[in-house]
Each structure stands twice: as structure tokens, then as C-alpha cells.
Design a protein around this ligand. Structure first.
Ligand code: C2O
Ligand code: CU
Ligand code: CU
Length: 510
């Protein structure tokens, strides 16, 4: 494989203007009708709506809602839309424009909000100057619709993705590009969006207000550009100098004393581990990647959200306190490829301000979902994650490669085979000095156990996941069933590792 394909391509093609990070406000006054005589020249009037928009990097602005991708279909239970992969510029730092790569000129990408049973038809229009795909992370879509790196959409080309969301698939998903070797760059330049599949019989009371939080990472140079990856980024995974929520730096969300809110949180960063904590509050976990838990897990002081993972949590504002709270990412040592550990510090993601109007908390049902245990596995697989010299040669910049079973990714090779509907037990063993979030396409799995210091601990509750962190020198065991034939990817979701070949192909046979 030619690693030189990593170099950034030129700036061919037009650059759209970023339309904002949220629903935003109206974009200025409409033009007067032509019959109206032009107004007499007069000194400019101070008008707050005419000032330069505040940069999303200015902390303390109200949290933007995600912009919804409009459904252009009038047929019931069909969701049809287009996603345009395109450049878009926005003023982030004073006096500079930042060019993002986006879906529909939005960072994060538009919210796709659909129901179980819906047929989804989304056309990708690629206006970038490199190939891309749309991958429906976590969804049980047919392999040929899943945006695999083997199915690229060329610059200037387009394709329709079509799939039906089965009953039982309600959960918090996302979409992002998955082209061979370009995934990390396309995501860190802005391409990722939330996708929610809703149930028509969601057991969580509708009176519990829902907030959608997409956490992304942005690195800006002093001139406002988004720099390319360094050799160190290719090793440890890229982290930015801003951690954004819905495209904003430390926005503010309001809550009434006593009120419960449902927060669906996506870690859309390339490599940052989010050890989430809300000051002065605990969180109640109600769902993971692929849907709701059997019953709520209350009293959590913190939740570790590895890259690509999602959680569905209930946050209840205390009635006694009128203070504000801060959603933080606490320090987490995920290891590194160098001599030094990857020391991170506490980061403020979001401020939660209390209003003065108290609200009565809405009770959660004791049972949320009927997750059945997948059953007794009849096949076992063991995968080893490591770093070093692989069959595929050296990684970026002549450094170590990132390997699964001693190999780097080859799109023309089949690494593993499974049979449709067969229950398998997978053991993922990490023999490297840093954590790797392991992800498998096409289905949701159930973690059985994880080691801590080499000793296995049984997973305390059943949960549907498609991504699980495998800490340095530890292992994770999960049960999994694939329901559709075809080729599925499995890989590390530190996107720099994925691009360097920490990925394999599973062929599911009928
Ligand atoms: Cu979120 Cu194969 O990826
Ligand atoms: Cu995926
Ligand atoms: Cu990795």
C-alpha cells in the first residue's frame, strides 16, 4: 500500500460557507421588494443582529440543537435525503476562516432522526477531491450498503445507500466516512453526524426532555487552518486543542431544579477518551450503543466513553442546589506508543445552568428493554491487538504498525469467517501499551467479561454494544451473532490506527 496517499490533496473545488453549528438564528434581513424605493442614506444604526456572529469557540453560548436532515419523502415509513460531502468555511478565530470538510456544510453533520421499520434512502454526493463513503456505524445494514472501504465513491460521483431499519434496532448511532486510508482526516476535518433510531413504544417518558450531545475534537493552527496529522498523531491518535459539543466550545445548557433530562452522548473524536463526570451529580445509565438496557443503572459518578461509543443517560438536577454544574472529561491514561504516558487533564465540556423554576422529576420505569442473552456460543475466536512490524510493512513515517493478529489491513484478504446466525464468542486481547477501542460492523454484541490486571470480571449487566475499549495489556470477551451474509470490517476506532491498517475483514457466509 502506498502510504503517500496520506498527503493532503489540493484545494480544488468550491468552498461553501458553513451554515452554522445549530438551528441558529435567522441569517439577516430579507431583500426589500424591488418596488420599494431605496432608503435614504443614513448613518448606520446599531443593530445587534448585524454584528459579526460569535465564534463557536467563545465559551458560554447556549447549546445549539443539531440541525435535522429533512426527509424529502412523502411516503410513510420512508426516509429519503441527500448528504453532500463538501468543503465549508467558518470563522472560528478572529480574522481567519477555517475550512472544514462537512456533510451539507454542517459541523457536526445533520441529525438523522428515524424510526424502527423505516426504509432509509440517502444519496451521498461526493464533492470532495478524494474518495469517501458513508458508514452507518452500528446499524444492521446489508454489507454492500455499509460504506465499506472496498466500496468507495469517487470524487464527483454519487451513490444511493438504501436499507431498512428492523424492529428492535432503536438506539443511538452515528455516520461517518470510511474510505481506505482517508477516514481519520475526513473525520477530524468535520465529517460525522448523529443518527437516532427511535422506537414507536419508547419506554422512557416523553416528559423527560432529550438533549443530543455530539462531542468532537478540533485542532486549529494560529492561522485558523486545521493542520494535517503529525507523526505523533499517527502513533497515538489525534487529539485537538478544542473539545466541542455540537460544534461549540463549552456551551451552556439549562435545567430546572428537580428536572430530569435524557442525554444521548456520542464520542465522535478520532482518539480522545472521555471519562465523563457531572460535578455535584450522578448519572443514570439507561442505554449503550445499540439501545436501552434492561433496567436503569443509577448512581454513576463517571462513565468512560471511548472513541465511537455512545451512551443514553438520565441526569436529574438536584432540588436543593441552585448552583451550576459542569460536564467534565476527567484525566484518563490510555497509554501511548512513546516512553511517556498519555497524561490528560480535566476538560470542561458543557456548563449546566439551573433556572429558578423547580420541576418535579419524572419517574423512569423499572424495566426498559427485554434484552435476551445471545445464548451459548458454538464457535470461539481470539484476536490479538499489537504494534510492531507487520506483514503489511511499516506504518506512517517509518514507525511501528498497528496490527490485528500480526497483520495490517488488506481489502482483498478475508481474515475471519463466520456463519449467519451462529453464536460466537470473541476474545480480544490487547498486547500493546495503549488502549484500543475495538469495533465490529453489522451487528451489536454483548460483553461477557473484561480483565483488570489480568483477572476477569463478569460484565454486570447485558448491553448492546458495537464498540468496546480494550485497555493496554487487558482483554475483553463478548458474544456476537451476524445475521446477514457478506463482508464486515472490524478495527480499532482510533482512526489513525484504522487508517494504518489495524483492521480486518470478516466474511459471513450463509
Ligand atoms: Cu465507526 Cu468501521 O467504523
Ligand atoms: Cu462501524
Ligand atoms: Cu488503536
Amino acid at each position: 500500500m502506498d502510504r503517500r496517499r496520506f498527503i493532503m490533496l489540493g484545494t480544488a473545488g468550491s468552498v461553501a460557507v458553513l451554515t452554522g453549528c445549530g438551528t441558529g438564528s435567522d441569517g439577516g434581513a430579507a431583500m426589500p421588494p424591488t418596488a420599494t424605493p431605496p432608503p435614504p442614506a443614513s448613518p448606520p444604526v446599531s443593530n445587534p443582529t448585524m454584528t459579526t456572529p460569535v465564534s463557536p469557540l467563545t465559551a458560554g453560548q447556549p447549546l445549539s440543537q443539531l440541525v435535522r436532515l429533512p426527509n424529502t419523502s412523502t411516503t410513510p415509513n420512508v426516509f429519503a435525503a441527500s448528504l453532500v460531502a463538501q468543503r465549508a468555511s467558518k470563522s472560528m478565530l478572529p480574522g481567519a476562516l477555517t475550512e472544514f470538510w462537512t456533510y451539507n456544510s454542517l459541523v457536526p453533520g445533520p441529525l438523522i432522526d428515524v424510526f424502527e421499520g423505516d426504509t432509509v434512502r440517502i444519496r451521498l454526493i461526493n464533492q470532495l477531491s478524494q474518495e469517501t463513503t458513508v458508514h452507518w456505524h452500528g446499524l444492521p445494514v446489508p454489507p454492500e450498503q455499509d460504506g465499506n472501504p472496498m466500496d468507495p465513491v469517487a470524487p464527483g460521483a454519487n451513490r444511493l445507500y438504501k436499507f431498512r431499519l428492523p424492529v428492535g434496532s432503536a438506539g443511538t448511532y452515528w455516520y461517518h466516512p470510511h474510505p481506505h486510508v482517508y477516514t481519520a482526516e475526513q473525520v477530524f476535518r468535520g465529517m460525522a453526524g448523529l443518527l437516532i433510531v427511535r422506537s414507536r413504544t419508547d419506554p422512557v417518558p416523553a416528559a423527560i426532555e432529550e438533549k443530543l450531545l455530539v462531542v468532537s475534537d478540533l485542532r486549529l493552527a494560529a492561522d485558523g487552518t486545521i493542520p494535517s496529522n503529525t507523526a505523533m498523531d499517527w502513533q497515538n491518535g489525534r487529539e485537538g486543542n478544542y473539545v466541542l459539543v455540537n460544534g461549540q466550545n463549552q456551551p451552556v445548557l439549562t435545567i430546572n431544579p428537580g428536572q430530569s433530562q435524557r442525554w444521548r452522548i456520542l464520542n465522535a473524536t478520532n482518539a480522545r477518551y472521555l471519562r465523563l463526570a457531572l460535578t455535584g451529580h450522578t448519572m443514570t445509565l439507561i442505554g449503550t450503543d445499540g439501545g436501552l438496557l434492561r433496567s436503569p443503572v443509577p448512581g454513576l459518578d463517571e462513565i468512560l466513553l471511548a472513541p465511537a461509543e455512545r451512551v443514553d443517560v438520565i441526569v436529574t438536577a438536584s432540588l436543593s442546589s441552585r448552583a451550576s454544574a459542569v460536564l467534565q472529561a476527567l484525566p484518563y491514561d490510555r497509554g501511548s506508543m512513546g516512553m511517556m504516558g498519555f497524561a490528560s487533564s480535566t476538560i470542561s465540556l458543557l456548563t449546566v445552568n439551573y433556572t429558578s423554576a423547580a420541576t418535579t422529576a419524572v419517574a423512569l420505569p423499572g424495566t426498559l428493554n427485554s434484552i435476551a442473552d445471545l445464548g451459548i456460543p458454538t464457535k470461539a475466536k481470539r484476536l490479538v491487538l499489537s504494534s510492531g512490524m507487520g506483514m503489511g510493512g511499516m506504518g506512517m513515517g517509518g514507525m511501528m504498525g498497528f496490527l490485528i493478529d500480526g497483520k495490517t489491513f488488506d481489502p482483498s484478504r478475508v481474515d475471519l469467517t463466520s456463519r449467519v446466525n451462529e453464536i460466537e464468542q470473541w476474545t480480544i486481547e490487547n498486547r500493546s501499551s495503549m488502549d484500543h477501542p475495538f469495533h465490529l460492523h453489522g451487528t451489536q454484541f454483548q460483553v461477557v467479561s473484561r480483565t483488570h490486571g489480568g483477572a476477569a470480571t463478569a460484565e454486570p449487566y447485558l448491553a448492546w454494544r458495537d464498540t468496546v475499549n480494550v485497555p493496554a495489556f487487558e482483554s475483553v470477551v463478548f458474544k456476537v451473532v451476524q445475521r446477514q451474509p457478506g463482508k464486515r470490517m472490524y478495527h480499532c476506532h482510533i482512526l489513525e490506527h484504522e487508517d494504518q491498517g489495524m483492521m480486518g475483514v470478516l466474511e459471513v457466509v450463509a
